[in-house]
Design a protein around this ligand. Structure first.
Ligand SMILES: Nc1ncnc2c1ncn2[C@@H]1O[C@H](COP(=O)(O)OP(=O)(O)OP(=O)(O)O)[C@@H](O)[C@H]1O
Ligand SMILES: Nc1ccn([C@@H]2O[C@H](COP(=O)(O)O)[C@@H](O)[C@H]2O)c(=O)n1
Length: 236
């Protein structure tokens, strides 16, 4: 039995929820803002990507919801919330880079459309945040502000013009030409938008449009919203 005079409840981490379309800067900006804040960083898309990778490894057709659910049955997933030591694992396999490959990006929307998969990963995201041991966690994805943590004290929709997002993504991908990269990005957004709405801000969600901002200005914009919404004195 615990002694109530000495027991102190662990404080709930502050959640900064960030949604947005592909290539809007969610992961890179969230990771950098988390460093400034001393917060954890949770990339929720990595779970869907890792499950897509796992399904592809087993030769599963990711457009077949029942086959995806079957693959999810032995999905042993782990992710780091440390913005300075980011990794993703499935079982013993380190898949941090493999889940960014175009074949996974092309398959991931099929996996993300299965309701039972979404429910399971959402419960896992909430548990990861609660056990993070950090004063706060920046959680980024597509439905964080609306479904995963709709009561988060900070909720942001990070956007940028489609052509700007495609150009930024294209600059990172050496294996495909710019048109193919842009087509894949827009195709994925269209498929994902049928499942969750990450293109319009829900009530109470602050929009940051990074079309005319550079990377550091976008990080600053996020930090300013965190300060304004929480009164926190974190960061620069
Ligand atoms: N404001 C900005 N100005 C210039 N480049 C940016 C800006 N924000 C992000 N970037 C760059 O754009 C690219 C895409 O960003 P990032 O991967 O973070 O997007 P994302 O929203 O997480 O994409 P996805 O959902 O596809 O994983 C990265 O190379 C990142 O460094
Ligand atoms: N909250 C989320 C996060 C992601 N997805 C799906 O995962 C894919 C990969 O996400 P990235 O952020 O790494 O691009 C994305 O295309 C969605 O299919 C999701 O559904 N909900």
């Amino acid at each position: 039995m615990t002694d109530p005079r000495t027991e102190t409840a662990a404080a709930e981490p502050i959640v900064v929820a960030i949604d947005g379309p592909a290539g809007s800067g969610k992961s890179s900006v969230s990771k950098q803002a988390a460093r400034h804040l001393g917060f954890g960083y949770l990339d929720t898309g990595a779970a869907y990507r890792a499950l897509a990778w796992h399904a592809l490894e087993r030769g599963v057709d990711t457009s077949d919801a029942l086959a995806v659910l079957d693959a999810a049955g032995d999905f042993d997933y782990a992710i780091s919330l440390d913005p300075d030591d980011y990794w993703v694992r499935v079982g013993a396999a380190e898949v941090t880079d493999a889940i960014r490959e175009p074949r996974v990006s092309d398959a991931v929307s099929g996996v993300a459309r299965v309701p039972a998969v979404r429910e399971a990963v959402n419960a896992m995201f909430r548990a990861l945040v609660a056990s993070s041991g950090r004063p706060g966690v920046i959680v980024e994805g597509r439905d964080i502000t609306t479904v995963v943590t709709p009561d988060a004290p900070v909720r942001i929709l990070l956007t940028a013009a489609p052509e700007v997002r495609a150009a930024r993504r294209s600059a990172e991908v050496a294996t495909q030409d710019a048109t193919a990269v842009a087509d894949a990005l827009h195709r994925r957004d269209a498929a994902d938008a049928q499942v969750v709405d990450f293109l319009t801000a829900a009530p109470g969600v602050t929009v940051i449009d990074s079309t005319a901002l550079d990377f550091e200005q976008t990080v600053d914009a996020v930090l300013n919203v965190v300060r304004a919404e929480t009164g926190a004195q974190h960061g620069r």
